[in-house]
Design a protein around this ligand. Structure first.
Ligand code: C2E
Ligand code: CA
Ligand code: CA
Ligand code: CA
Length: 279
């Protein structure tokens, strides 16, 4: 029922054939989405807790489908993975966000670190490091202004391979973060073998901070774990002042969430940046 979109109630259960046909249609549409320029990136600010300044942005993809409207990544990233389209889409995300970050830098909007999400298949592409280097070279963005977000489950697909790839990426100076931290089952003993810079605490823990003492305890523990390993911590899904004050009290480094801003199209994000800079 979900893929039927908003306001579109379904009064019957789709048959297997209907579902398969729909999927095939969507796959064809996605194949053409890049050349038809239907994919867009939205940017969500990441805020330094101690200075309240915007220090980064996470790029989040959306698909402006001509008939179905705005489709969220949850609905097409796995399709892109299964069909191999993620290669081209991921490269587009990488290039577009690097170029955008460089543009904001040249426009005097400050130095932002741009974070992008890598899915498992992208992370395991043999030419990943070359693609990253090429996107950096073409945009003129410094590697230290780029951050790649990888989930725990992605690194757990093949731990030894992941360690090698992360070291290769680290050697060209890009930042690495573990996304949705706490939701996977990665062994903590691996954590110190990964040359990562940032842990992103999953929003599910942040969400119930104020009402669920267990979640509050988990968040506190992840922050101290990260700091003991000399990693930075970003809390995502921060929606209330109460959550922010808890995170501040426990020395979380950065925050991201609707309390500050939803992910915004590039022009709106730029306006938001200017507002924050007071220009
Ligand atoms: P994620 O990387 O964990 O991204 C965080 C999600 O939480 C985003 O959903 C964001 O819009 C949403 N969010 C941010 N602040 C708040 C908040 O305060 N409250 C709540 N309830 N939600 C908040 P979105 O944009 O729908 O993305 C969903 C997932 O799709 C992402 O999860 C990521 O795994 C994937 N994704 C997005 N863009 C890309 C991409 O370019 N490439 C790949 N491979 N995956 C992507
Ligand atoms: Ca992410
Ligand atoms: Ca996340
Ligand atoms: Ca997620």
């Amino acid at each position: 029922a979900k893929e039927k979109g908003r306001n579109n109630f379904q009064f019957y259960a789709p048959t297997m054939n209907e579902r398969a046909a729909k999927r095939l249609q969507l796959e064809g549409d996605l194949r053409r989405a890049l050349e038809r320029r239907e994919l867009v990136l939205h940017y969500q600010p990441q805020i330094d807790v101690s200075t309240s300044r915007i220090v980064g942005a996470e790029a989040l993809i959306r698909w402006q489908h001509p008939e179905l409207g705005l489709i969220s990544p949850a609905e097409f990233i796995s399709l892109a993975e299964e069909t191999g389209l993620i290669g081209a889409i991921g490269d587009w995300v990488l290039r577009t966000s690097c170029a955008q970050a460089r543009h904001w830098e040249l426009a005097g909007l400050g130095k932002l670190r741009i974070a992008i999400n890598l899915s498992a298949r992208q992370f395991n592409q043999p030419n990943l490091v070359r693609m990253v280097q090429s996107a950096l070279a073409d945009s003129g963005l410094q590697a230290s202004d780029l951050e790649l977000e990888i989930t725990e489950s992605t690194v757990m697909v093949d731990v030894q391979h992941a360690i090698r790839t992360l070291h290769e990426l680290k050697s060209i100076d890009v930042n690495l973060s573990i996304d949705d931290f706490g939701t996977g089952f990665s062994s903590l003993s691996y954590l110190k073998q990964f040359p990562i810079d940032v842990l992103k605490i999953d929003q599910s823990f942040v969400h119930d901070l104020a009402t669920d003492p267990d979640n509050a305890m988990i968040v506190m523990s992840v922050i101290s774990l990260a700091h003991n390993l000399r990693l930075q911590v970003i809390a995502e899904g921060v929606e209330t002042a109460e959550q922010l004050s808890y995170l501040r009290e426990h020395k979380c480094d950065q925050v991201q969430g609707y309390l500050f801003s939803k992910p915004l199209p590039a022009d709106k994000f730029e306006r938001f940046l200017k507002q924050e800079l007071g220009t």
